[in-house]
Design a binder for this molecule. Structure first.
Ligand code: PTJ
Length: 275
């Protein structure tokens, strides 16, 4: 962004606050859910929580969501269930939060952290101190008692971006990491550290999807509540039963199922003519 653009962007931020824009899409609108998410993500940018690049990432996610039918497909349901078992088995689980996640599902993430229980750490790719603090503030506003990330005293080996910095008590020493809307480099680096990496990514072709132990090809806003539900369902199982329920999951096979679903849907889709 050029300096001129930046100051205009800041002015827009101010005018947004003055305008106090309200969500105006009627509930009856056929694209209501999708437009509501657009509103949340653009508000996130204007409130200094989401990076402008987050809009592009959201658009890519939207496109894949459209293709899968904006619903949780069966292979995603399987990966969410397996993720729930792994998170319950973890000794030091953590949820990594970025600007898109904080804009779209802050309350759901806080509640998930409480029920697992798992720590929450802010870790962003397009680093700015202001945005970092704004995300922490937002997570606290939605009920997070402790949000890690402020005192990042460790580095994830093999990463050059700002995302390498993390906290010793959080991401660095965690055994299972939930990294929604991640970039492939960090997912790979976390795996190299020996962690079990769970990602949520609507793009089954992404590097993140390929390198993670579990890839949930679903929208963040659908998968987090479902993950919460599975945690509740599985939490009384013995450790042995939990381990058994993780054994049947294979990420490569699951991604193939997702791709087969997409292939079928594209092949069978019949364009409608007019009204
Ligand atoms: O806040 P920061 O600085 O950490 O930046 C966050 C973004 C998301 C901008 C950053 O991590 C990034 O650039 O991510 P990527 O590499 O664009 O990857 C994001 C992935 O998330 C893409 O493959 C999208 O398809 C996917 N995605 C976008 N929105 C959703 C999603 N997946 C699930 N649910 C969504 N709502």
């Amino acid at each position: 962004m050029k300096n001129d653009d930046k100051s205009e962007y800041k002015n827009n931020k101010k005018s947004k606050k003055i305008q106090d824009r309200e969500f105006s899409i009627p509930l009856s609108h056929p694209r209501y859910e999708s437009l509501k998410l657009r509103e949340l993500i653009t508000d996130g940018v204007m409130d200094g929580i989401t990076a402008p690049e987050g809009l592009i990432a959201h658009g890519r996610g939207e496109a894949f969501d459209y293709i899968i039918g904006e619903t949780t497909i069966a292979p995603a349901d399987d990966s969410i269930r397996a993720s729930a078992a792994h998170l319950l088995l973890a000794k030091n689980p953590i949820i990594s939060v970025n600007g898109n996640v904080a804009a779209l599902a802050p309350l759901e993430i806080v509640n998930l952290g409480k029920i697992i229980p798992a720590k929450i750490e802010v870790n962003i790719f397009h680093f700015s101190r202001e945005r970092f603090s704004a995300i922490i503030k937002r997570m606290k506003k939605y009920g997070a008692v402790d949000v890690l990330g402020e005192h990042r005293d460790k580095l994830i080996p093999g990463l050059d971006s700002a995302r390498a910095k993390c906290t010793k008590d959080g991401i660095y020493t965690s055994d299972v990491v939930l990294v929604p809307l991640e970039d492939g480099d960090r997912a790979y680096a976390l795996r190299k550290m020996g962690k079990l990496v769970i990602t949520i990514d609507l793009n089954p072709f992404s590097r993140t999807a390929q390198v993670s132990n579990i890839t949930i090809v679903d929208n963040l806003v659908r998968s987090i509540p479902l993950l919460h539900k599975y945690i509740e369902e599985l939490r009384d199982l013995s450790e042995k039963d939990l381990v058994n329920s993780t054994k049947s999951f294979d990420n490569v096979k699951n991604l193939k199922k997702v791709l087969n679903f997409i292939k079928k849907r594209l092949t069978n889709f019949q364009p409608q003519s007019g009204i």
